[in-house]
Write a protein that binds this ligand. Structure first.
Ligand code: FMN
Length: 220
């Protein structure tokens, strides 16, 4: 698959096969992602890969926190509001996914269930957490976004599926404690990774994009 096809066919995967991925394959994906560009080649990324019983324990910890009513406290706060045109895109996604699943994804109960599915890594055999030093500024979060996209594209090119998950940062403090990561690190994103179950209805949904002319202004 060439780079264009890889970018165009990657999609968020929300149902995985149960087979574990060989360590060398996972390592090779991370090794490739290291080649992402970063401000002054600062490479402000640190990765934790969690599998097996420790992943199951982490799922239980996050689910218990949610069920106990613990308020989320992500290192990067969830936006409380969005500019109107962005808000409309989010509403469109929610509407389409609600129609497809037959569930109102904006209802608190479905949101709770959705968080539990996120905390269970959509049943993927492996989870990834991406950190950086908490003292780093906005440019470094941009670098991290590039790293994450490289990682997801490298995974896709290797026959693996991923989904980036802000929800996996809900309980940043507890997650860092669990993973043995110093409190001063910023937990930026979680991810599930494994072989995608492409026959599952969960993976049939494809998002669309706004037209190029909506986002591009050519000046000459
Ligand atoms: C920073 C970021 C956070 C996201 N958080 C979540 C999440 O918590 N749970 C989830 O299921 N998907 C999450 N997504 C996936 C988006 O919903 C998805 O990328 C978007 O709808 C476009 O679909 P696609 O990835 O299939 O192209 C996140 C994506 C990004 C980039």
């Amino acid at each position: 698959m060439d780079a264009i096809e890889c970018i165009r066919t990657r999609q968020s995967i929300r149902k995985f096969m149960q087979d574990t991925v060989p360590a060398e394959k996972l390592l090779s994906v991370i090794e490739t992602a290291r080649w992402s560009p970063s401000y002054k080649n600062s490479q402000p990324w640190e990765v934790v890969l969690v599998s097996g019983s420790r992943k199951e324990e982490l799922t239980k910890m996050l689910s218990d926190l949610l069920e106990s009513g613990e308020p989320p406290c992500p290192d990067i706060p969830e936006p409380l509001s969005w500019p109107p045109e962005i808000d409309a895109r989010i509403a469109d996604l929610m509407k389409k996914r609600s129609e497809l699943t037959g569930m109102d994804l904006t209802s608190p109960e479905i949101r709770r269930k959705s968080k539990l599915a996120n905390f269970a890594f959509y049943r993927a055999p492996h989870g990834i957490f991406i950190f950086q030093d908490g003292a780093l500024k906005e440019w470094s979060i941009l670098d991290l976004g590039m790293f994450c996209q490289s990682l997801m594209l490298a995974a896709h090119a290797s026959g693996l599926g991923t989904v980036p998950q802000a929800f996996l940062t809900d309980y940043s403090r507890q997650t860092k404690e669990f993973l043995g990561i110093p409190a001063g690190k910023r937990l930026c994103l979680g991810m599930s990774i494994g072989y995608p179950d492409m026959a599952s209805p969960a993976n049939q949904f494809r998002t669309d994009r706004v037209k190029t002319e909506t986002i591009l202004r050519v000046i000459e």
